[in-house]
Design a protein. Structure first.
Length: 319
């Protein structure tokens, strides 16, 4: 069925659910200037750039754009997304060291391995760029101290080093507990949603990138998508792709408002179902907790009865 869908629109892959080509990203005038600003900072030494924001706003896309655009002859770029275990003190160092020298430790120490990796890069005259996604997982002061130590190590080893931390809107709450990190921040940017004009341009940009020779979304349709998505790129993509599927199933090559509203209802019903499932899981969890508490109460009452019985027996024996 998917082949028929692609053939209907005369495209090779879905328009809004596809991997973007290297270096390709939607940039309006403001974003173009800002992203280039971030790139310049990343290419400099001893910089700390922090990018935060809600889900679906393109933060990870920015990291991939930077990763793809840096010259590998002059920059060694390591990009990782933290798991909870890697957010513990020393957690992500093991993977970084594996990347730099092929082993997590040297002479029994992670930091010895990191220092050796820095030394090798200095000899090669290459700049290390460390990009950490899901950085809000760095919740403990000790984990943040690892970041500070990386800066100190790069300075003492004279190795060019820059860091880009990317995370949700709680990332700043993690960083501000460390005065040593706060004073190193070169740029702090909270990614906003697209405005209406940029959302319309964003949809057109994706259509053009696909090679489609016409735009199936008229202005009214795009405005509707903006209204329902509130300019969050991931939601724009989700709505737009589902609209194209619906148009294909109706055998029409335009997306009208009726299609968009139908898609929104489908997405909402799915969202409501997930919300109900979540609510049911929460209700069941509370029910289980109540049962557990009741069992604990019953157990305590039984123990108290047994104690009271022992006290009573003791009193009787005494008399």
């Amino acid at each position: 069925m998917n082949e028929n869908y692609l053939k209907f629109w005369n495209i090779e892959e879905p328009i809004f659910q596809r991997f973007l080509p290297k270096g390709k990203v939607f940039l309006n005038d403001h974003l173009s200037k800002l992203w280039k600003h971030i790139l310049i900072l990343v290419e400099q030494n001893q910089t700390l750039t922090i990018i935060s924001g809600g889900p679906g706003r393109g933060k990870t896309l920015l990291t991939h754009w930077i990763y793809g655009i840096l010259d590998p002859m002059t920059h060694e770029c390591y990009m990782t997304s933290l798991s909870k275990n890697e957010a513990l003190p020393g957690g992500f160092l093991s993977r970084l060291n594996e990347f730099l020298i092929g082993k997590s430790e040297l002479n029994g120490s992670r930091w010895n391995a990191t220092a050796e990796g820095f030394n090798q890069l200095r000899v090669e005259n290459r700049h290390l760029v460390l990009i950490i996604d899901a950085a809000e997982q760095l919740q403990s002061p000790e984990a943040l101290e690892d970041i500070i130590y990386l800066y100190n190590l790069s300075r003492t080893s004279q190795q060019a080093f820059s860091l880009l931390l990317v995370g949700d809107s709680t990332l700043w709450d993690r960083i501000k507990i460390s005065p040593e990190l706060r004073v190193r921040i070169s740029l702090l940017w909270n990614v906003p949603p697209l405005n209406e004009a940029d959302t319309l341009s964003y949809i057109s940009w994706y259509v053009q990138l696909s090679g489609l020779t016409f735009d199936p979304f008229d202005r009214e349709a795009k405005e509707k998508i903006y209204y329902f998505s509130q300019g969050i790129p991931a939601i724009v993509n989700l709505i737009a792709e589902n609209c194209l599927i619906e148009a294909f199933l109706l055998n029409i090559d335009t997306v009208n408002v009726a299609i968009i509203e139908n898609v929104i209802q489908m997405l909402k019903s799915g969202s409501n179902r997930k919300a109900e499932q979540k609510k049911e899981r929460s209700r069941q969890s509370k029910h289980n907790q109540v049962n557990l508490n009741n069992r604990n109460i019953s157990s305590k009452e039984k123990e108290r009865d047994e104690v009271d019985g022992e006290n009573l027996s003791f009193s009787l024996r005494d008399s």
